[in-house]
Write a protein that binds this ligand. Structure first.
Ligand code: C5P
Length: 236
């Protein structure tokens, strides 16, 4: 099996639930994403536990602050040795460069950026004074992220084709909003993509939460989605 392309989003409010789920999964089939809620309640210790069990961890804390503060936060992440972490591209060039300096390309931690939050619509963008269509802003922030030598971005799989064309292959696209074709439930996600389509559109890693975490058999759900990914990769 190739390297795991699925990152399971552990959106739980307590460590025990996240540990129960992880115990059902296999580190050769997926990576794990720990976000603000779980990290705030369970801390670095839980991340270390996952890593000791063989899982790569994406620490999804989306840092956004002055360059000095983000640099120090990234240095703290660096000492944890996680596989991937992220910052907000809206923090600007100096902040992105400070984050990259603290987590150098030669290190073990991939550093990616969030461009625009997908929860923001036209009105939200206007409220904060951002001009232009969301797609244009995403593209501009993606290019800024690449110029600051970060490893990639989080984006919708629906934007992946265009971004891949504009930014090239040497840039990691991490895409949430994934729902298997036979999953009638999109939960609160508005613009969803199947795993097959996401890979076809050029995504490198798929962030998937509820289709796996809420499945009756999470390992089986993971295996099914991996099969779809393998098929899409072979047909590409
Ligand atoms: O359960 P579901 O598959 O919808 O979970 C998706 C995960 O990806 C969640 O952790 C969510 O916060 C995250 N995410 C997202 N959309 C973004 C960025 C992150 O759904 N634009």
């Amino acid at each position: 099996m190739d390297e795991p392309r699925i990152i399971v989003a552990l959106d739980f409010d307590r460590a025990s639930h996240a540990l129960d789920l992880a115990a059902k999964l296999d580190p050769s089939l997926c990576r794990l994403k720990v976000g603000k809620e779980l990290f705030t309640t369970a801390g670095p210790q839980l991340v270390e536990t996952f890593m000791r069990s063989g899982f790569d961890v994406f620490l999804d804390l989306k840092f956004h602050d002055i360059p000095n503060t983000v640099s120090k936060a990234c240095r703290a992440v660096s000492s944890m040795g996680v596989w991937m972490t992220n910052v907000h591209a809206l923090g600007g060039k100096k902040m992105l460069q400070a984050a990259r300096d603290a987590l150098p390309i030669s290190g073990n931690t991939k550093l990616i950026a969030v461009t625009l939050l997908t929860s923001m619509d036209h009105e939200d963008l206007r409220d904060i004074g951002l001009q232009g269509e969301p797609e244009q802003i995403v593209e501009r922030l993606a290019k800024l992220t690449k110029n600051c030598r970060l490893d990639g971005i989080v984006c919708s799989a629906l934007e992946a084709t265009n971004l891949r064309n504009k930014i090239g292959n040497d840039f990691c696209l991490v895409t949430p909003g994934i729902r298997p074709a036979d999953d009638g439930n999109t939960d609160d996600q508005k613009r969803v993509t199947t795993p097959f389509q996401a890979i076809n559109n050029g995504a490198d890693y798929l962030v998937i939460g509820r289709p796996i975490t809420q499945a009756k058999d999470p390992l089986f759900a993971l295996q099914q989605i991996n099969q779809e990914i393998t098929q899409a990769s072979q047909e590409k």
